[in-house]
Design a protein around this ligand. Structure first.
Ligand SMILES: *Cc1c(COP(=O)(O)O)cnc(C)c1O
Length: 448
């Protein structure tokens, strides 16, 4: 191992990094990033890395984006933060008005929080209280999909269904109904993604038959289950879910924290359908990946169930200190300006086709690449031991590739043995090519 720098040494004295086994830092010390621009990160030694995962899926329009920098700086001159109960400010008002224009129909009430998990908590409590105040007190439960990920606070973990994050805390969590999720690569019905009728929806039907009556809401990641390994499933599944939610009077919560703002090739994943959820949760790309910032959006109908004289006790008593933070609003408004003025979506769609093509041609022949799947600019490379049986690789192969990719100048954080690309929407063709080249090289170094 090379000499560690003074900053690294001091980091390891005090800092407990997120989602890490700190012992791993003995062999892979933290990388000190000094600056970033566009898709590039630069470390202490001025080595450059392509940030192909948008720094945990949040950076939307590149690092140090000039438009967003200007907007935040200008906001800072006037107002950095103000309590959002009984007070308001223009940035939040404009943001709500503008999101209203681009969100699926009926979503018109905006409840602000300051991170994804908190906005999920808000959605769950809102759904629960809505049922309670709508004279449906039997509706207290929640459903979710296997492999679902909605954040790591206790409520969000309860509706998540990934043992990796939740198992230890099970005694602390509320009981939820888990539905077997679509798994298109290993389809139990042997269908292909384009030709299926979502036969796997049968599991959802059964769960609704059994538990629909007592369920307040189901929460899902529309079209892509991110943390589960960027598992992509058809839009038809969402339509079926909408229908069955209506049939059993269950609210549909769309967690678009990862899929929102163009990642899937539409502004929102629900834009691939003609249906709308009852509650939508936004974060990550919402602020361009600049500020901890989130919104839970809902309908007039849900909002109205909380609207009454104060002493009826129906208010939504949920808040976060940084709710509606003006700097977050400024960043989010700048993101929407970019979408309006810079052809972001058209360019992202073109780039998505390009990136998928070069990944496929570079990797689909490799003996361990089971599938390269994509939606929008998101591409996942599922590594397997054996392609025909789709059996899994043993050990931390993804992690080994991650480490070598860093040496090759690519930040490619895997999910188990699934590697993925989830770049900012304005990545260039040349940067796509470089990233694919470095990815292929890294895979070859580990797997031959
Ligand atoms: C990241 C993420 C969350 C959690 O957001 P945090 O800001 O990390 O709390 C929830 N749901 C999905 C789909 C996410 O990708």
């Amino acid at each position: 191992m090379e000499q560690i720098s003074d900053l690294v040494r001091r980091d390891l004295v005090h800092i407990w990094h997120p989602c890490s086994q700190m012992k791993d830092y003995e062999t892979l010390p933290p990388i000190v990033i000094k600056k970033a621009k566009g898709v590039w990160l630069y470390d202490e030694q001025d080595r450059a890395y392509i940030d192909i995962i948008s720094s945990w899926w949040c950076n939307l329009l590149g690092h140090a984006n000039e438009r967003i920098n200007r907007a935040i700086t200008a906001q800072l001159e006037n107002l950095e933060h103000v309590i959002f109960a009984n007070f308001t400010h223009e940035g939040a008002i404009r943001l709500a008005e503008r999101l209203r224009e681009i969100l699926p129909a009926k979503l018109n009430k905006f409840n602000f929080s300051d991170n994804g998990s908190s906005a999920v908590e808000s959605a769950l409590k809102m759904a629960f209280q809505f049922c309670y105040q709508s004279k449906k007190p039997e509706k207290t439960g929640f459903m979710c999909l296997d492999g679902g990920y909605h954040g790591e606070t206790i409520g969000a973990l309860s509706v998540g269904a990934m043992d990796l994050y939740a198992k230890i805390y099970k005694p602390m969590l509320m009981q939820t109904v888990r539905i077997k999720a679509p798994d298109c690569y290993r389809c139990a019905y042997n269908k292909s993604r384009d030709s299926c009728e979502c036969e796997c929806f049968e599991s959802a039907k059964e769960a609704f038959r059994k538990h629909g009556k007592n369920t307040a809401a189901i929460i899902i990641e529309p079209l892509i289950q991110g943390a589960a390994g960027m598992k992509i499933y058809p839009a038809l599944y969402l339509k079926k879910l909408r229908d069955i939610c209506d049939e059993y009077d269950v609210l549909l919560i769309a967690d678009e924290i990862a899929t929102g703002f163009g990642r899937t090739g539409e502004m929102f994943a629900f834009g691939h359908t003609d249906v709308s959820p009852d509650i939508m949760v936004l974060s990550k790309g919402l602020s361009g990946g600049y500020m901890p910032f989130s919104i839970t959006v809902t309908t007039q109908k849900i909002y109205d169930a909380f609207y009454d004289d104060y002493d009826k006790g129906k208010a939504f008593m949920h808040s976060h200190t940084y709710s509606g933070n003006p700097l977050g609003c400024a960043a989010a408004n700048a993101v929407l300006d970019a979408f309006e003025q810079e052809n972001v979506m058209q360019n992202a769609k073109k780039r998505a086709i390009f990136l998928n093509e070069i990944l496929l041609s570079a990797l689909s022949g490799h003996k361990n690449v089971g599938e390269v799947r994509s939606l929008g600019l998101i591409n996942a490379i599922e590594l397997v031991y054996d392609k025909s049986s789709k059996s899994e690789l043993k050990g931390r192969v993804g992690y080994e590739i991650y480490k070598i990719a860093l040496q090759n100048g690519l930040l490619l954080r895997p999910l188990g043995n699934v590697l993925y690309f989830n770049p900012p929407l304005n990545i260039t063709e040349h940067e796509c090519e470089l990233a694919v080249e470095r990815c292929v090289k890294s895979i070859r170094q580990i797997l031959g």
